[in-house]
Design a protein around this ligand. Structure first.
Ligand code: GCO
Ligand code: MG
Length: 409
């Protein structure tokens, strides 16, 4: 079997996606996701201009060799653009291999280790009544684990909070990459946030009880000591995890957080190789690995990363917002089903136009996801429909503090 074509498809139904479609001389095709929110064209060019020419003529079954060739032959290593491009190739090759074997990808990864994949949804509210409605709405949708984000008094626009009532309106289901020529500026004040949040979780626990797994995303906003303080303040509310509590380029910063709080920690959605986690995992400074298959070099790399994490009793918490395409989501689900150290899977439902472009076979039933039994990863792209939605410049917001200093968003 030989690779005879590799096409980079940039399409923007509800948001921008970068999809790689690899075709073999047997007519078998595979899809990979190379979407990098706000920097999509960088990955499209990396693939189109520097990777696709290297793929033509290669044996698609040599997945590990192709991964190592793309990682080492570039000379320049790591980084979100490179690892998203390698991920797109890797997942497309796993898709081909599983299709050629006539089985769903998870069977090639060792078969199912569980019956279903526990998902969490994104509830949010500008105030408690709106938040409670959003939580109820997600419970009605079948979610059994829920992320809670709210507005903060005195701050105009806060990450993760739907701009409209989330009970069937424009729920916070679409990642906030605004289709604007420049990134939108949002305000922020960490102390206001830290004063406000514990009361929100006390109210949620009083309303919904002690059992419901609740998650929260700090989105890199706090210093290590602030993260330690918030983690400690949230302990009475028994969170499933506090995510991205502090920027983690300095992995050692989590030692301080860990000394002060037993609130479980999830980190890594902005990471792209196992080296970003080395101290965090070896010293058990986190409880969940947040990387997406799409941003971390694909199935080949993610499986090795999660096996490393498993030795330290750390579980998966794969990133699954709507800026991970249905292709990247499906790849995650096959890995989720097969690995032993599965934790939870983020699941933001894609928009209706996205579902027209990507035909998916995964299911969400009674709070659990399943990749389905289709050979391959179980996603096909409708290229004619994809062509109707050309790229639209879109950027994630950024933060400034009250004094104008740029802050983490
Ligand atoms: C999450 C993430 C997202 C990011 C988005 C960036 O936990 O899902 O924090 O909300 O903001 O994926 O593109
Ligand atoms: Mg996050």
């Amino acid at each position: 079997m030989k690779i005879v074509a590799a096409d980079v498809i940039v399409s923007s139904p509800d948001r921008n996606f970068v999809t790689l479609k690899i075709t073999t001389d047997d007519g078998v095709t595979g899809l990979g996701d190379g979407t990098l929110n706000g920097r999509e064209l960088s990955v499209a060019s990396y693939l189109r201009d520097h990777v696709v020419p290297l793929l033509i003529g290669r044996d698609p079954h040599r997945i590990e060799d192709t991964w190592q060739f793309l990682y080492r032959s570039a000379y320049w290593r790591r980084g979100p653009v490179t690892m998203a491009a390698i991920a797109a190739v890797d997942v497309a090759l796993w898709d081909i291999k599983a299709k050629a074997a006539g089985m769903p990808l998870y069977q090639l990864l060792g078969g199912a280790s569980r019956n279903g994949i526990m998902a969490y949804g994104h509830a949010s509210g500008r105030d408690l009544p709106e938040l409670f409605d959003s939580i109820r709405h997600h419970l009605e949708l079948g979610f059994r684990s829920i992320r809670v984000q709210t507005s903060v008094p005195g701050i105009n626009a806060v990450y993760g909070v739907a701009a409209q009532p989330s009970t069937g309106g424009t729920r916070y289901d679409y990642e906030p990459a605004q289709r604007t020529p420049l990134p939108a500026e949002e305000d922020w004040d960490t102390r206001s946030y830290m004063r406000h949040l514990p009361g929100v979780f006390e109210a949620v626990r009083n309303e919904f009880g002690p059992e419901l797994p609740l998650l929260h995303d700090g989105h890199h906003r706090m210093t290590p000591i602030q993260a330690a303080k918030l983690g400690k303040a949230l302990e009475p509310y028994d969170l499933f995890w506090l995510e991205d509590c502090t920027p983690a380029e300095n992995q050692e910063a989590l030692r301080l957080v860990r000394q002060h709080t037993t609130t479980p920690l999830a980190i890594g959605e902005v990471f792209n190789t196992v080296w970003d986690y080395q101290t965090l995992i070896r010293e058990q400074l986190i409880d969940y690995v947040r990387s997406a298959v799409t941003h971390t070099g694909g199935i080949t790399a993610m499986r090795k990363l999660l096996d490393f994490a498993a030795q330290y009793q750390i579980k998966s918490g794969i990133h699954g917002p709507t800026d991970i395409s249905p292709v990247g989501m499906a790849a995650a689900l096959h890995l989720d089903l097969a690995i032993h150290n599965f934790g939870i899977q983020e699941y933001m439902q894609h928009g209706p136009l996205t579902n027209e472009v990507f035909r998916q076979s995964f299911t969400f039933t009674d709070g659990y996801l399943h990749p389905g039994e289709q050979p391959g990863i179980g996603v096909e792209i409708d290229e004619a429909t994809a062509a109707k939605f050309p790229y639209v410049p879109a950027y994630l917001p950024f933060n400034r503090l009250k004094d104008g200093t740029v802050h983490d968003w």
